[in-house]
Write a protein that binds this ligand. Structure first.
Ligand SMILES: [Zn+2]
Length: 281
C-alpha cells in the first residue's frame, strides 16, 4: 500500500527507530527491497534520483513502482530522492509519488528556503510530504556531483529553514557522504543533537551506505528517523551479476533471481539494524 512519508515516520519518531529509504535502479532492486520489507513486516521507503528517472523514464518508473507497491501489505512510500527542480517535483506528483525531496542545498539559504517552500506549498496541498536539505552532503550519488567537501549544517539555520519552509523532513549535513567511504567518516553527533533540539520535523540521514551498526544506532538515538541506503544495493546487484557471468551464467532470468535473493539480504540486514522490523501496521 502506498503511504506518505509522514504516515510512516510519525511512529518511527515517537517510538525511536528509523525507516530505511532504499534507492532502486531497476526492477530487480525495487522488488528485492519490497520483498525484504514484506518478509520482515516493516514499513519502507523506496526512492530514486533524477538521473535514474531519466534513465528509466518517469512514466515507466512510476507505473512499475506503483504496481509493485499495490501488491504489498506493508506501508510503502514512493519518494523522489534529490529532486532538483519544481518542474520534476510536479511531474512526480502527477505520476503518483507520495513524497518529494527538493535539494536546494547548493543554493544560498534564502533561495533554498524560497524554492523548498514552493515545493512544500504544491505538495502539501495534495497531502504529499517534502524533504529538504541543508548544508551540503558530500560525495557523488548516481553521477550527480554533490560537491567534494561536506559543508556541515548550521543548527540555527536549520531552525529558520524548517520554520519558514514547513518542510516535513530535513536532511542535515553532519559528516556522512554519498558513495563509498574511502576513509572513516567523522560524524558530528553534537551538531545533530543541536539540530534535533532546534527543530520539530523528521530528520533524514544521507550517505547511509557503509556506516557501522554503532553509528546507525547512535544517530537513531539522537533522532534520525529516515536512513538512505543506495550505494550498498548498487554494489550488491553488480557483484551478483559479475559472479554469475564469471560462473558462465548468461541467462538474464537466472541472474535476476539471484539478484533478488542477494539484494533482499542486504536490505533485511539494514531493516533489522534500523529497528523497523515488525513495525508495519
Ligand atoms: Zn542523498
Amino acid at each position: 500500500m502506498l503511504y506518505t512519508m509522514n504516515d510512516v515516520l510519525k511512529e518511527a519518531k515517537s517510538k525511536g527507530y528509523a525507516v530505511g529509504a532504499f534507492n532502486f535502479h531497476n526492477q530487480d532492486v525495487l522488488e528485492a527491497i519490497l520483498n525484504a520489507a514484506e518478509e520482515l513486516n516493516s514499513p519502507v521507503i523506496v526512492q530514486t534520483t533524477p538521473p535514474y528517472i531519466q534513465n528509466l523514464g518517469l512514466e515507466v518508473c512510476s507505473v512499475m513502482a506503483k504496481e509493485l507497491i499495490k501488491r504489498c501489505k506493508i506501508p510503502v512510500v514512493l519518494h523522489l530522492d534529490h529532486g532538483n527542480s519544481f518542474d520534476l517535483a510536479q511531474k512526480c506528483l502527477v505520476n503518483g509519488f507520495s513524497s518529494i525531496m527538493f535539494d536546494g542545498s547548493k543554493l544560498p539559504l534564502k533561495d533554498n528556503i524560497k524554492y523548498t517552500k514552493q515545493v512544500c506549498d504544491a505538495c502539501h496541498a495534495l497531502g504529499v510530504s517534502v524533504e529538504g536539505e541543508l548544508g551540503a552532503i558530500g560525495g557523488v550519488e548516481d553521477n550527480m556531483v554533490e560537491g567534494q567537501s561536506n559543508n556541515l549544517i548550521i543548527p540555527e539555520e536549520a531552525q529558520i529553514f524548517v520554520e519558514e519552509t514547513d518542510v516535513d523532513v530535513l536532511a542535515p549535513a553532519i559528516g556522512t557522504a554519498h558513495g563509498i567511504y574511502k576513509e572513516e567518516p567523522i560524524l558530528d553527533f553534537a551538531r545533530l543533537k543541536k539540530v534535533r533540539s532546534l527543530t520539530t520535523c523528521y530528520l533524514a540521514l544521507h550517505g547511509g551506505s557503509g556506516l557501522t551498526e554503532e553509528q546507525y544506532r547512535e544517530m537513531i538515538i539522537i533522532g534520525i528517523n529516515k536512513i538512505n541506503v543506495g550505494t550498498e544495493l548498487k554494489l550488491g546487484w553488480a557483484n551478483t551479476v559479475k559472479k554469475a557471468i564469471e560462473a558462465g551464467i548468461t541467462e538474464p532470468m537466472k541472474i535476476r533471481s539471484q539478484c533478488l535473493i542477494d539484494v533482499r539480504e542486504i536490505v533485511k540486514n539494514k531493516i533489522r539494524i534500523f529497528g523497523s522490523e515488525n513495525r508495519a501496521q
